[in-house]
Structure formats: structure tokens, C-alpha cells
Design a protein around this ligand. Structure first.
Ligand code: GLN
Length: 295
């Protein structure tokens, strides 16, 4: 089989299986097998595939037809312009989460301008994408990355090594804030927030392959967020220290109002801002946790 034909046939197969963006997915899978860029694929349509390459391609297409997410098949994904290793031990970083990083970088830069070493905690780090993006964007900052899942932290460790930040990102296993050894200036968290009733409607790619632990947030989706607020209000309040503390939280569609009232219940003095993603969905809750903190 030659490349041009392979591209067409994979596209058709994926399209028949009602996989969205079939032609882009076909390019990605074929490019992965042949080690070629997208442009490369189109400049050499007559190149023939060896039988080993055809076999590998068939295997990848079969996995995709079984609804395995492309990022797991490829073993990597891009987030915030950075390439991350990924497998099914951790949630695949979503583009909307880049907003969380942008806001944290902005806060981190402002705090470091005040001449203090910024300490940031990424709570529920998963594959480490948020923590590592922050470490790379804020070279002076100290980053802690916690996760309850030891296997997700193994993925994060691979990514820390890949990006040379193992010395600056401390990976800590434990529930939410519990493993943090010191007070931090900014808490960043993309915790599970999918409601129980919404879980069945997720695509099979998500529902059957991604870690449920990273997605399912209980009846209203906010179990873990509430638990973290409780930790912050308890002995953790003291642990947060004297420094101005900010909280940046990713939320799901339609959760802005209830999370705002949760924040108000727990931290009446806090200032709150809801920030929308490119799709116009309120996606990040930015909370100033100290009376003097300003955005
Ligand atoms: N945004 C993810 C999704 O749509 C959910 C991520 C999360 O629960 N933190 O599947």
C-alpha cells in the first residue's frame, strides 16, 4: 500500500466509525507510524509502506476504533505549547486548562516582582502538565505537585525528567493539600468536577479510558473542591501562612455560581473573579484569600 491510499482508507474507516475529525486523526496516526510530519505525508503520497508499517498502522487504527483516546495511543500530547508523555494512568490535559496556567503565571510573576520566592501548589497534578508548565514559565518559583494517585505521579515524574524540572517540582502523594510541607502563595487545582449524572454522557474515550478518579466529582461534581475548602478552613488555614494566598480553580460548565457561594461560605473575606475560556464558558475561579490580596 502507498501512503496516499493509506491516508484515504484510514480516514474512511474512522469516518465510518463516526470518529470526529477523521482526516486529522488519520494524519496523526499515519504520521506517528512513519515518523513523518503532516506536510511530509502530503509531499510523499507515492511512498510505499513496508509490511511492518502497515501492521503497526492497522494496530493503531484498531485501538482508535475501540475508542482509545489518540493521546494514549501516541503516548504524548501537547499542552501550553509543551510536549508531555501521557498514558492511561493520568487524565489527558485539556486545552481549556491552559487558562488556569495563564492565570497562575500572571499571579506568579506579580508575586515574584515583590521580591519573595513564590511557592505554588498544583493540587491533583495528574500527569504534571500544570505544575511543569508553571515551573518552566516561572523559573524562580518553587512548585509542589500533589496527587492521591501514585500511578498518576509516576507519569508526572516521567514528565518532570523530560523537561528537566525534577529539582524544582516536588511530587507529593496524598489527598489534596495534606502532603504539602509549607505554606504556598498560590494554589492551582484542576480537580474532578464531573457530576455523577453527567458521567454516563461522557464520550467512551473519556468514560472507558481516562481515570475516573480524576473526573468524577460526586452528585454535584464538587465533592473534591468542597473537601479542599474544608482542608483550607481547618488546620490548613493556619498552614497557608501569612503570605497573600490565592486560589485558582478550574470548574465545569455552569458551576460558577455554586462555587462562588461555596467560596463565600468558607472564606467570607475572599475576593472572587470568574474567568471564561475561549468558548465563553466560566472555567476558572480566581480567589484572593487574604484581605489585602488584589488581582
Ligand atoms: N474537562 C474535563 C472533561 O471534560 C473534566 C476535567 C475534570 O473533571 N477536572 O472531561
Amino acid at each position: 500500500m502507498i501512503l496516499g491510499e493509506a491516508l484515504q482508507s484510514v480516514t474512511q474507516t474512522l469516518r465510518r466509525a463516526r470518529i470526529a475529525d477523521a482526516s486529522v486523526e488519520a494524519e496523526v496516526l499515519l504520521g506517528h507510524v512513519l515518523g513523518m510530519s503532516k506536510t511530509g505525508l502530503y509531499t510523499e503520497p507515492e511512498r510505499s509502506l513496508t509490511s511492518a508499517e502497515s501492521e503497526r498502522l492497522r494496530n493503531l487504527v484498531r485501538r482508535r476504533l475501540d475508542r482509545e483516546p489518540t493521546a494514549y495511543i501516541l503516548g504524548h500530547c501537547e499542552f501550553y505549547g509543551i510536549d508531555f508523555y501521557i498514558d492511561s494512568r493520568a487524565l489527558i490535559p485539556r486545552p481549556e486548562t491552559e487558562l488556569l496556567v495563564e492565570e497562575a503565571v500572571d499571579l506568579g510573576q506579580r508575586i515574584s516582582h515583590q521580591g519573595v520566592q513564590t511557592a505554588i501548589a498544583d493540587v491533583g497534578t495528574g500527569c504534571g502538565a500544570v505544575a511543569i508548565s508553571l515551573a518552566l514559565a516561572l523559573p524562580q518559583a518553587r512548585i509542589y505537585a500533589t496527587d492521591i494517585s501514585p500511578s498518576a505521579l509516576q507519569v508526572a515524574e516521567v514528565n518532570c525528567c523530560r523537561h528537566g524540572v525534577s529539582g524544582r517540582v516536588e511530587l507529593l502523594q496524598g489527598n489534596l493539600l495534606e502532603p504539602l510541607p509549607q505554606a504556598v502563595d498560590v494554589i492551582v487545582a484542576n480537580l474532578p468536577y464531573v457530576k455523577d449524572c453527567e458521567f454516563v454522557d461522557l464520550s467512551p474515550e473519556i468514560r472507558e479510558y481516562e481515570p475516573t478518579l480524576a473526573l468524577a466529582g460526586g452528585r454535584d461534581g464538587l465533592d473534591k473542591i468542597r473537601e479542599m475548602f474544608d482542608q483550607m478552613g481547618g488546620k490548613w488555614g493556619a498552614h497557608l501562612g501569612e503570605r497573600p494566598a490565592y486560589l485558582l480553580l478550574e470548574i465545569g460548565q455552569g458551576q460558577g455560581e455554586i462555587v462562588t457561594s461555596l467560596v463565600n461560605d468558607h472564606f467570607w473575606w475572599a475576593s472572587i473573579e470568574l474567568i471564561s475560556d475561549l468558548g465563553g464558558i466560566e472555567r476558572v475561579v480566581k480567589v484572593g484569600l487574604r484581605p489585602q490580596s488584589q488581582f
